[in-house]
Design a binder for this molecule. Structure first.
Ligand code: KG4
Ligand code: ZN
Length: 336
């Protein structure tokens, strides 16, 4: 079964072909980062226009790299939310037009369900995917969620952020530090050369027993420190980034451990752009060793937005018999 996945919910135009819900035949991502960097963040209208210009070439390249003719596809999957309305519309209209022209089924995929599906794709070394039920920590630019996953379409939220998402905290702090947009990758790189204990930033654990997150206090602590002491010298930047990153990672790891124990689960899946963070990956590996749970992390390229994860979730949806009508629309606030 060959499924084309199209992802345009934010600032990456992505398309991929996945075979049998496992093998990634192609995975093309055209990033708009350079276009938006000038503005210090994603400008929705600019993003829509970029998607319009690149979606056809990106889909063509995904098909060509997979060596697949459009008529060989068994179905098409496009992200229909949550995300930016204009960008989502470009991908969904592309998917529907292709499906109509080819006489193939099309399905609308929830972006978050796509992130949850990424680790089920073939991975280097071929580790087996997590068993159901498992716990998922979904950490992206727009979401921070702890989920109990009983099946591909059976998900229950256990905890969520009350304010900023983890990725948003990385991006906002990077902006305060003058490190540009998007900030996660830059902080990750600088943090790897710094001392995480040099500054004791606050760990937000509102009401110790719950599974919710809050990152706005940490962001304010960073802003206050910068106002009082000015920007750190170049040489101090790695220590500053390492200390900030440790504060985020600490809370994510502690709440994941608590959720695993509370739900008596033994498998932890971590996904979304922030799951690419090396500090988080290392801290989770230590926790897994200490607590004896199994850890599942997509390869870094499959943590950030891509078409393969949408094709994967699309394969499951098509196998379940789901079909979207040709008036399928988008929902910027689509819940999981
Ligand atoms: O999943 P994603 O690509 O898009 C959304 O669905 O939001 O996540 C993007 C977020 C951004 O906030 C970005 O700064 C963050 O993931 N991110 C990282 C890293 N790579 C991407 N954060 C920390 N460390 C990284 N290596
Ligand atoms: Zn995403």
């Amino acid at each position: 079964m060959l499924v084309l996945g199209i992802e345009t919910s934010c600032d990456e135009t992505a398309a991929a072909v996945v075979e049998d819900g496992r093998r990634v035949c192609s995975d093309v991502v055209a990033s708009q980062v350079l276009v938006h960097a000038e503005y210090g963040g994603v400008v929705p209208e600019v993003a829509s226009r970029q998607h319009l210009a690149t979606v056809v070439p990106v889909v063509n390249r995904a098909l060509a790299e997979a060596g697949v003719a459009p008529r060989d596809l068994d179905g098409i999957a496009a992200t229909c939310g949550p995300g930016l309305v204009g960008p989502l519309l470009v991908g969904v209209e592309m998917g529907k037009a292709l499906a109509y022209a080819l006489g193939k089924p099309v399905v609308g995929i929830n972006h978050l369900a796509g992130h949850l599906a990424a680790v089920f794709l073939d991975h280097p070394g071929n580790p087996a995917p997590p068993a159901y039920p498992h716990l998922a920590l979904l950490v992206s630019g727009g979401h921070t969620l702890l989920l109990r996953v009983d099946g591909p379409a059976r998900v229950k939220a256990l905890g969520a952020t009350r304010d900023d998402a983890a990725g948003e905290a990385f991006d906002k702090v990077a902006k305060l530090l003058g490190l540009g947009y998007p900030g996660g990758v830059v902080i990750d790189r600088l943090a790897s050369q710094g001392n995480p204990e040099s500054i004791g930033f606050p760990r937000a654990l509102p009401r110790r027993e719950d599974l919710d997150f809050s990152f706005s206090g940490l962001k304010t602590a960073v802003a206050t420190r910068l106002r009082e002491r000015g920007l750190p010298e170049q040489a101090q930047m790695p220590d500053f980034c390492a200390s900030f990153q440790a504060a985020v990672v600490d809370v994510l790891v502690r709440k994941s451990r608590r959720a695993l124990k509370r739900e008596s689960l033994h498998d932890l899946l971590v996904c979304g752009g922030v799951a690419a963070n090396r500090g988080l990956r290392a801290a989770l590996a230590v926790a897994a060793e200490q607590d004896g749970f199994r850890l599942f992390l997509p390869t870094p390229k499959l943590c950030t937005d891509n078409g393969a994860m949408i094709a994967q979730a699309g394969t499951w949806a098509i196998e379940r018999g789901e079909r979207a009508p040709l008036d399928l629309s988008v929902d910027p606030g689509l819940p999981l």
